[in-house]
Design a binder for this molecule. Structure first.
Ligand code: NAP
Ligand code: GDD
Length: 337
């Protein structure tokens, strides 16, 4: 039997690593697309670079010609689009770049599929940020979108254009609506990685303070390894569709700090309010404080997902609790030199 061929846009990111690992285990030929960078962008995926079924290419979602040429040359069975300017806070500083990559870049892939071969299956990495400010305490595929950032707004365009191309051109195009998912390979400036990295450094005596923004937003955090399993399953269904992927459990940033501190055995106590809120250690030294520069012009206060559809049709489930996830992230940081 011929091996399946996949293209992964965004292969150098967190999910790119876990999805590549999964597809190589499933005997795919994986073509990863990296963009040009002044430093080495392939650190996460260095272990795959010498494997014969993994081929890396230059490309960029803002360069339509590169997308068309790659798809036309590789002739994949499946395309996974994980590429994005994925930081919500940063999207307020780079809104046009964010829209070009996260919205127009997706349209460019769909246009290439339409004109080259509409039998190529397509996965779009959608997000719970599309729900934004919502009255629904738990969000599902039926919940309206009300994004609160250039990132979220661009992802809504990507989600809807993916549906349009599915309906208009009969392309097998599916959207995941993934809630926050983390791992030891999470980017350094996302809050979970920042908390785990800083608190372990404080414990090792290498850092004095962890400086955060809003402590009271709530997120539904899962493990990236479980979420790429859902991404793969979404493209193996008989019919295309859209799926929420989430744990159904949420907690605040402050609760995440407390859980991490407990796991690394750092005793902390909270004092004060608002911008003056701090956490102190046993010696009354401040280890966590707030800086308003980490607050966003708009905030998404709570996200919690209902993944019933994925559980029923994809037979998907999460295999990690939040404590498992934090323990794995802490262990990784502790083992760093
Ligand atoms: P990530 O670690 O930030 O990875 C993003 C990837 O996109 C990186 O490989 C990045 O390349 C690439 N990229 C950025 N701009 C590009 C461009 N112009 N052309 C080509 N590639 C470009 O993000 P992630 O956490 O793995 O998330 C994967 C996808 O899922 C993203 O689309 C994200 O928006 C979405 N999502 C993530 C979560 C989550 O909680 N992780 C939840 C919902 C949805 P560089 O390495 O060169 O920067
Ligand atoms: N990054 C960051 N840094 N966030 C902070 C900080 C800080 O110092 N302090 C508080 N926060 C709060 C943010 O305001 C937000 O409410 C929450 O922590 C989570 O922030 P991030 O970890 O940056 O993730 P996100 O929820 O904004 O976005 C992530 O999840 C989305 C899915 O819901 C990203 O992975 C997106 O790409 C993804 O779509």
């Amino acid at each position: 039997m011929n091996k399946k061929i996949a293209i992964i846009f965004g292969v150098t990111g967190q999910d790119g690593y876990y999805l590549t690992k999964l597809l190589l285990e499933k005997k795919y030929i994986v073509h990863g697309v990296k963009r040009r960078s002044s430093s080495v962008p392939t650190k996460r995926i260095s272990s795959f670079l010498n494997q014969k079924n993994f081929i890396i290419h230059y490309g960029d979602l803002t360069d339509t010609s590169s997308i068309y040429n790659l798809i036309n040359t590789i002739k994949p069975d499946e395309i996974y689009n994980l590429a994005a300017q994925s930081h919500v806070g940063v999207s307020f500083y780079t809104p046009i770049f964010t829209a070009n990559v996260n919205a127009i870049g997706v349209l460019a892939i769909l246009e290439a599929i339409r004109s080259i071969n509409n039998k190529i299956k397509f996965y779009q990495a959608g997000t719970s940020e599309m729900f934004g400010k919502t009255d629904h305490k738990i969000q599902s595929e039926k919940t309206n979108f009300n994004p609160q950032s250039p990132y979220g707004a661009a992802k809504v365009f990507a989600h809807q254009i993916t549906q349009n191309y599915r309906d208009a051109y009969k392309i097998f195009a599916s959207n995941g609506i993934l809630f926050n998912h983390e791992s030891p390979l999470r980017g350094d400036n996302f809050v979970t990685k920042k908390i785990v990295n800083s608190l372990t450094n404080i414990k090792k005596g290498k850092q004095k303070k962890l400086v955060l923004g809003n402590l009271y937003s709530r997120r539904d955090w899962g493990h990236a390894a479980d979420y790429v399993d859902a991404i793969y399953k979404i493209l193996q269904q008989k019919k295309p569709g859209d799926y929420v992927i989430a744990t159904g459990k949420d907690c605040t940033i402050k609760e995440f700090v407390n859980k991490t501190a407990k796991i690394i055995n750092l005793k902390i106590k909270w004092k004060g309010k608002g911008l003056n809120e701090i956490a102190v250690d046993e010696n009354n030294k401040t280890v966590v404080c707030i800086d308003k520069k980490y607050f966003r012009p708009l905030e998404v206060d709570y996200l919690k997902g209902d993944a019933s559809k994925a559980k029923k049709y994809l037979k998907w489930k999460t295999n990690h609790t939040l404590d498992d996830l934090i323990k794995e992230m802490v262990q990784y940081e502790l083992e760093l030199p």
